[in-house]
Design a protein around this ligand. Sequence first.
Ligand SMILES: *[C@@H]1O[C@H](CO)[C@@H](O)[C@H](O)[C@H]1NC(C)=O
Ligand SMILES: *[C@@H]1O[C@H](CO)[C@@H](O)[C@H](O)[C@H]1NC(C)=O
Length: 421
Amino acid sequence: MSARWGPPAGLVLLLLLLSAVAARADRPARAGKAAEAEPEESSAVFQLYGDVYPHGLYYVAMSIGNPPRPYFLDVDTGSDLTWLQCDAPCVSCNKVPHPLYRPTKNKIVPCVDQLCSSLHGGLSGKHKCDSPKQQCDYEIKYADQGSSLGVLLTDSFAVRLANSSIVRPSLAFGCGYDQQVGSSTEVAPTDGVLGLGSGSISLLSQLKQHGITKNVVGHCLSIRGGGFLFFGDNLVPYSRATWVPMVRSAFKNYYSPGTASLYFGGRSLGVRPMEVVLDSGSSFTYFGAQPYQALVTALKSDLSKTLKEVFDPSLPLCWKGKKPFKSVLDVKKEFKSLVLSFSNGKKALMEIPPENYLIVTKFGNACLGILNGSEIGLKDLNIVGDITMQDQMVIYDNERGQIGWIRAPCDRIPKFGSSFL
Ligand SMILES: *[C@@H]1O[C@H](CO)[C@@H](O)[C@H](O)[C@H]1NC(C)=O
Ligand SMILES: *[C@@H]1O[C@H](CO)[C@@H](O)[C@H](O)[C@H]1NC(C)=O
């Protein structure tokens, strides 16, 4: 869902609204893209960097362009479009870790291209294209009033396959040259966003269209930071993971395992079934007003006498102990596990132990990493974010229309051909 450019870490959660803006330039555009037919679909795995706290995001290093240059991209299964801050020239860009991507005119996607209409159609329903030579402009608007304006390009992305050979398909992504997001003085942690939603502009869908990988993506976010991301199904533990059919979310192209009931310490919290989406672009988990209230009440009434509520600038609800905590391990025994029980799967439970909903801040306090979604306008949508998906392999399988998860040691990158779990 989100691109998080600004501090404080992860607290900014941005709703994506893409809309077409009037095409403004009449630049010569390349005709179609060369179709790349690979004989067989493979898989690819990428190292992840970052953490929930203090960085507030997980990101990947991608090599883009010719010659290839590295860019850090925020891994986001909650949005479709991949985009980079871009020197087109840049009207307003954040300070980013790498030199801005510099586009050339022959990389511009014309607005008649199918990718442009799916970008516009899937998100705003408006697709304006008066002349076949017009470029494909777009605007991303965020719930916190931030925005990014850009143009759709294609360039080569280096992808190392399971057999170690590297393919360089030409994939479409956004060149964002006018950002009104975050702080302009601080360096943003990433150069852009890696959009892995289910829409056809998503990098994942494009890799499938090129016959490179299956339309399957998974991530394993380590609680100690880092982890890995994969495309394709070679690493998927089909028989052992918990699977739930994917539900068309009322909220755009989000990945949703449907509705779930909420349990705390083995007891139902008595809230209405919650519509859940999984979103790696959100550092924290967000509950709607009713489950949030029920959770906070249950947590407070269950709290050990050794913990006192305390103000901490990191998050809204924090506790301190007799002495500062060094890690979640110091405090997890004071808290019970949560469970989401999904109505669509057979015994499909997602266990949320304390380390999947608490952080320990630099002040040594334990804070609740499940936030009140109503406060940021999420209404009844419940977002399972990075904190809750840590140390699980989470698989979004668009081929079979299912979402799976399984506990996993995420801090070592698996080798293809070996059994990982
Ligand atoms: C690796 O796999 C891809 C696709 O499966 C194939 O096109 C390529 O030729 C393979 N490379 C080698 C070195 O076997
Ligand atoms: C959650 O946010 C809503 C909207 O701001 C507010 O009315 C509600 O009281 C909040 N819930 C809690 C438990 O703070």
